[in-house]
Structures are given as structure tokens and as C-alpha cells.
Design a protein around this ligand. Sequence first.
Ligand SMILES: [Zn+2]
Ligand SMILES: [Zn+2]
Length: 204
Amino acid sequence: MSDAWNIKLRMIRFRRKRERSSFREELKLVPKWLVWTCVALTFLAIVIGIGVNLHNFKTGGPIFPDESLRDDPGASCAGLFGVILLVGVLLSGLVMTVGYTYRDAKRRGMNGVLWALLVLILSQYLFIGLVIYLLVRDPLPYSCPQCASAVSARFNFCPNCKRNLHPACPQCQQEVADGDKFCPYCAAELKPSTGPVTVATPSA
Ligand SMILES: [Zn+2]
Ligand SMILES: [Zn+2]
């Protein structure tokens, strides 16, 4: 196990412990213009598709979605409408996951372009890229408990007030929570978190 991998795993645990995001809130991250472009393009595809279909009924050209519907323009156009809508919704969903990933990665201090590209490339396997991203993404920046300036979850100390952001037990080196009086792993006594360093020498 490399150090980078261990840090990554710690980040993931940290995120899962802290972040409870609702689907609606996440959806707001998808750029509005992207949503409307997808809606407009789907609508345009339906209009063009049905237009071509109706034209082909008159001229004897190929009929969609099935040649057997040549006697029933209504059913043919309804079927075509359904097919285009389905494809449009699926493609829009994939495009929106790319937009979402870019925005979400950026606000987490990750490489937005790189992650969006990965999700886009993996979109041939549907939403697998998004699933991977959601599993491994970094935690959101949070407020320093001492001075309230925004700090990255990767920081060990606050760059503004030097507060120890991941206080560890001096005896067993396990990470302890802010208000802990005793280490939950080895029962060593911890100083109350007043200063930048929260740990004390353990009592015998
Ligand atoms: Zn601080
Ligand atoms: Zn301990």
C-alpha cells in the first residue's frame, strides 16, 4: 500500500462520515445552459425525425421505426417519437453527468477537466465513469473549527491559524475527534482542544 493510496482512503472515509448530500442539491450543480441545450436538442431531433418520416410517407422513402407501419402514419410517428425521446434522455443524462463531474470536481479542489474527460470517455459504458468518480472524489473544503477559514480536507494544519486539523493520539497515532478527552483506541488522556496542538503526553 502506497502513501498516496492511504491518504486517498482516509479522504474517502472522511467524506463518507461528513457529507450527506441530497440528490436535488447535487442536481443543481449541473449547469443550467447544459440542461436547456439537451432539452432543445432532443426537441429538435424529434421535430426533424418526425418531419423526415412524414415526408417519406409521401415520397415512399424509408419509414421509421418499422417499415410495417407504412399504412399507419400515426403509430409510426408515435413510435419514432418514443425512440428519439428515449435516446435523447439517455444521451442528455450522460452529457449532464460530465457537466456535473466538472463542477463538482472543481469545488472539491480536484482536476475538473481530467475527471470530466474520464467520465466522458467511460460514458460508452453508460454511467460507470460517474460511479467511479462518486466513489473516489475528495471531500468538500470545510471550515477550520478554530478560525472558520475554508480548509481542504488534505490539509493537516490550518494555513490561517495553524490549528491541527487531524489531531492524533500521541500514544497510538490514531486520529481522534475534536472533543475527545481520552483516545478511543488506547485510552490515553488527551488535552482539551484549545491550542493548535491538541495532544498531551499520556498518563501512566
Ligand atoms: Zn484556522
Ligand atoms: Zn491512542
